[in-house]
Design a protein around this ligand. Structure first.
Ligand SMILES: Nc1ncnc2c1ncn2[C@@H]1O[C@H](COP(=O)(O)OP(=O)(O)O)[C@@H](O)[C@H]1O
Ligand SMILES: [Mg+2]
Length: 603
């Protein structure tokens, strides 16, 4: 193998001990060219007996021994310039390496430093790298490290990341569908929770696949277990729901902008005995998250509609009234309008979503596969906003990670796509969240379609296989240090394999994530067709249930369940027996969001 394993601690390298001209099994070649970042090594593809040694392969690390330090290089291309294979004489090859840094022995321990102080001279000897040196290259130097897999080059060496830096400064996992992004993320989250038990995680889960991965640590939230009062919505989020993601009628939204603050005042006046004050002089706007009664809003609309001077506006009042009525009677929006939410139950509602107290379950999976697109838009926006504000106002006591699967849908590169408030809320986390303890994890298979500013805020990137040239270019431009050539492997990496770079790792690292047990792979139950825990194998398809799901109406049994349920119930692992994958929901198709990958479940 390529890596030199040693049993003893510090010893002189073989080439220090012997004459340079003597044959040495660790000598691989000699430097024949060097510039500031790269070197070319002249070597042979075969040994004296004519046997092909296969000593050189792309992606391996080597070291070039200089007197004080060992320069570490990464092989990124190998060439036989004459393109001829000769059987009679040895075959000379050229090996191009990128210089990554230096290892020095300090107090008997190898210590790695990015950056080169001593450039290899012509004729310097290139060696296999010692295992200890390789470990030193990836050593995190005292930062709290967690093991997430192994190095690709040497499976015996653990791949470690600094969990603190990975979280605090946001991270991204990118790669083609099926390479293991979701599995890698669940592994990272598992390690993050283990290292930081007080961390809360909100997973925006478009395929309802994560809850099974964390059976004991996560709660599920879907439209039937979500409690998110309408008054927490900002005007634009509320309008998104009312207009179902379609073109909004500006006049009607303006009426809402005037009336909602009044309804809020009225509710305050009624509950606090404060005299009714007109207009927004006490700072309450349509966006302020204080409660109001829908009933008050509707009454005001009706009153104004009846007034003589509102003749021209009457159609707008009428239109608005109809829209609100439609939303109120739509069972899919019950999570917003359920009557108990009118009271100031915000503490409970928010505590249940953001796990305060977490009761051993610090992860919330927002299961969105069954939700209509406009609900997804608004709910994500509200939750991302709340996440930031909670972290901000907790003064650092609450640490929150918002994980976005399929992040290109919320934060697309094309600013005309996606839902603007969600994008704002998430980019606020990306830009300022780290100061307040609100972190972002981004997962996408199309980095090219993700807002580039978001990716640039992610200080640690796990790049898995990427076939698309454009996507590769995006990642290449994101990597700042000298190891950009590592990314030439992006198109050919295997499953579970990733190139990790950025703040969370010591040096750009090609690694393989740990193998996860089948039961903990995200979506494993969905993919294997076991949608419901209770379902017997080969049971008949329940058409009644299917149709009621199409209508988005809960079944009578579920109704009763709903009536008795309250916030913390979402915590029970088996509470929500059923969760509908995207393909059962006609609304999830053909809309701006979540039209994708439904077929993955059937694989
Ligand atoms: N770390 C891992 N351990 C075991 N199996 C894995 C691992 N990563 C990926 N797989 C396999 O690859 C499949 C796809 O992984 P997944 O995480 O769903 O990919 P992606 O999210 O990129 O589409 C999984 O169903 C699983 O069989
Ligand atoms: Mg996935």
């Amino acid at each position: 193998m390529y890596v030199e394993r040693e049993t003893t601690g510090l010893e002189t390298t073989s080439q220090e001990r012997r004459e340079g001209a003597q044959p040495d099994s660790r000598i691989l070649g000699r430097v024949v060219q060097c510039d500031g970042a790269r070197a070319i090594i002249s070597a042979f593809a075969d040994d004296e007996t004519g046997a092909v040694t296969a000593n050189w392969t792309v992606g391996r690390m080597i070291s070039i021994n200089l007197s004080e330090a060992r320069t570490v290089g990464l092989v990124f291309s190998i060439d036989k310039p004459d393109r001829q294979w000769g059987d009679s004489a040895r075959n000379a090859i050229e090996v191009c390496v990128e210089l990554i840094g230096e290892v020095r022995d300090i107090d008997g321990k190898p210590v790695f430093d990015r950056g080169i102080t001593l450039y290899p001279h012509i004729g310097a000897i290139a060696h296999r790298i010692r295992a200890r040196d390789l470990e030193a290259v990836y050593d995190l130097g005292g930062r709290q490290s967690v093991e997430i897999g192994n190095l690709s080059q040497d499976e015996k060496i653990a791949a470690c990341i600094s969990i603190g830096d990975t979280l605090n400064r946001h991270f991204a996992v990118v790669g083609t569908t099926g390479v293991g992004k979701s599995t890698a993320v669940s592994l990272l989250l598992r390690k993050a929770i283990a290292a930081r038990p007080e961390l809360r995680i909100l997973i925006m889960d478009p395929h309802n696949e994560f809850a099974t991965t964390f059976p004991d640590q996560a709660v599920r939230i879907d439209t039937s277990s979500l409690d998110l009062p309408f008054w927490l919505f900002r005007l634009e989020e509320f309008a998104e729901v009312l207009y179902r993601g379609r073109e909004q009628v500006v006049e009607e939204v303006e009426l809402l902008r005037d009336l909602i603050p009044l309804a809020k005042q009225q509710f305050r006046g009624a509950t606090q005995g404060v005299g009714l004050r007109r207009s927004t002089d006490n700072g309450i706007t349509a966006d302020t998250p204080v409660p109001y009664r829908m009933h008050d809003l509707l009454r005001m609309i009706d009153e104004r509609m009846g007034q003589l001077d509102s003749k021209n506006e009457r159609p707008h009042y009428r239109g608005l009234r109809m829209r609100i009525d439609a939303a109120l009677s739509d069972p899919r929006y019950r999570f917003m309008f359920a009557s108990r939410l009118v009271d100031d139950t915000i503490h409970q509602a928010i505590g249940a979503i953001f796990r305060v107290p977490h009761e051993g379950r610090p992860i919330t999976c927002l299961e969105m596969a069954g939700m209509p697109a406009e609900v997804v838009n608004s709910v994500c926006s509200v939750l991302a906003r709340l996440a930031f504000d909670l972290a901000l106002w907790s003064g650092g006591r609450l640490e929150l990670l918002v994980l976005c699967e399929e992040a290109h849908r919320y934060m697309p590169a094309d600013s005309r796509l996606g839902f603007a408030p969600t994008r704002h809320a998430l980019s606020r986390i990306a830009k300022e969240g780290r100061k307040y303890g609100c972190y972002l994890g981004v997962v996408t298979q199309r980095p090219g379609e993700l807002d580039p500013t978001i990716l640039s805020q992610c200080s640690t990137v796990f790049a898995m296989r990427l076939a698309n040239e454009r996507d590769q270019d995006i990642i290449r431009s994101a990597i700042a240090d000298s190891s950009a050539s590592a990314l030439s492997f992006l198109s050919s990496m295997g499953q579970r394999e990733a190139i990790a770079f950025g703040e969370g790792v010591a040096t750009t690292m090609r690694m393989k994530f740990e193998r996860m047990e089948a039961g903990f792979i995200p979506g494993s139950r969905v993919k294997s067709g076991q949608l419901h825990e209770g379902a017997e194998a080969d049971s008949e398809i329940d058409l009644v249930q299917l149709v009621s799901r199409l209508r988005n109406l809960p079944r009578p049994a579920e109704n009763m369940e709903r009536a008795s349920e309250h916030a913390p119930q979402a915590g029970d692992a088996d509470h929500r027996r059923s969760f509908a994958p995207a393909q059962h929901d006609p609304d999830a198709f053909g809309r701006r969001l979540f039209d994708y990958k439904a077929d993955t479940y059937r694989r």
